[in-house]
Design a protein around this ligand. Sequence first.
Ligand code: FES
Ligand SMILES: [Fe+2]
Length: 431
Amino acid sequence: MFTKADNEKLTRVGPGTPMGKAFRRFWMPFLMPEELANRDGAPVRVRLLGEDLIAFRDSEGKLGLLDRYCPHRQVDLYFGRNEQCGLRCVYHGWKFDTSGNIVDMPAEPANTPLKDELKIKSYPIVEWGGLIWAYMGEPEHMPEVPPEIEWGLVPDSHRHITKRLQETNYAQGVEGGIDSSHVGILHSLLDEDTEIPFRKRQISPNSAIPYLASDTAPRFFVRHTDYGMAIGARRNAEDDDYYWRITQFLSPFYTMIAPNKPGGPIMGHAWVPLDDENCWLFTMTWNATRPLEPDELDHGSVHTAVIPDGSYRPLVNRTNDYGRDREHQRLRSSTGIQGIGMQDTAIQESMGPIVDRSRENLGSGDSAIVGFRKSLLRMATDMESGIDPAPPKNPDWYRVRSVAIILEKGVDFLQGATDQLKAIQPEKHSA
Ligand code: FES
Ligand SMILES: [Fe+2]
């Protein structure tokens, strides 16, 4: 039974909450490099783990992430001027460098002690792996580098990353990402013979995998690992074999999905909390061994077009019912919504920003979701008793991948796929 108290603990990430404290031990991706492309460019409003912040790139290219509000009289620094290695509040001119030092106070006497006594809150921020990352915890606990997830290790040409706003708690997103049992239902097309969706035709029409269609009720096996969780979905294949699809959950909010064809691109997601009711959804497509082909960039239509105003809100969203087309739903698909990515988002947002998990009735297809909740609640509870989460201190634990593989019956899926589950190991981390 998942209680209301469990739900609070899982979903609240603001300052001082157990989960919020645990998340503050991780480097977290939050901006696309394009958002801070220019030196002395426009500062960017940031909301992360329930805090209001401002990000900027200074004259030397250094990145800064500061409290949004000026420590003098709380003016929003979004209106500040990014000039000569600092962000200047335009009310009385206090100016801050990327480390949060006050470097100028033009409206105070020249010898004012305030300049050295005061600082503005600032967090470290790095660009790595095609994204910009922040660390919001105590300096003494800062991991040296972000998690070494495979999409971050490959060259730019081998990966494609997009960002969009999802109007739910982060956990709702992760639960959708590891919920393999919805794939053949939510994302299905109508079967022309029976006129019933969900039965025969599966997911992507280019899927070369007959077993997805021939066995729509896979059995799920969950293994807790040092980085999070590996979830094996087992389907019947030929007489002596099973077809396994292994999905990864990497603590605290990353997932990876197996490719639909051998050697094809791998798909990953990150659901990063802005606050308790919104998250950034980063979607990654990558190939470890070669550049992506143009037709692989939007593999499975999981990437989504966004409004080009810096909000990263999808063009189809809650306010226009995700563009759902009832005629298409009647004749062609489960949902009438275009694209796997928005089908997922629509359904996750439809539960409300924070679903009340105490009202659910879980089935056997939900074992990965139960595993995820246990794993994160344990992390938050440990944090309360002074035990730090281990994954952020071990970025190399993240060098895993998802795989689809045929294994003989009786072979353990993690053992049978040991080699295939390892990420390609580039020489070194290039942060
Ligand atoms: S409010 Fe920012 S300098 Fe006065
Ligand atoms: Fe989905």
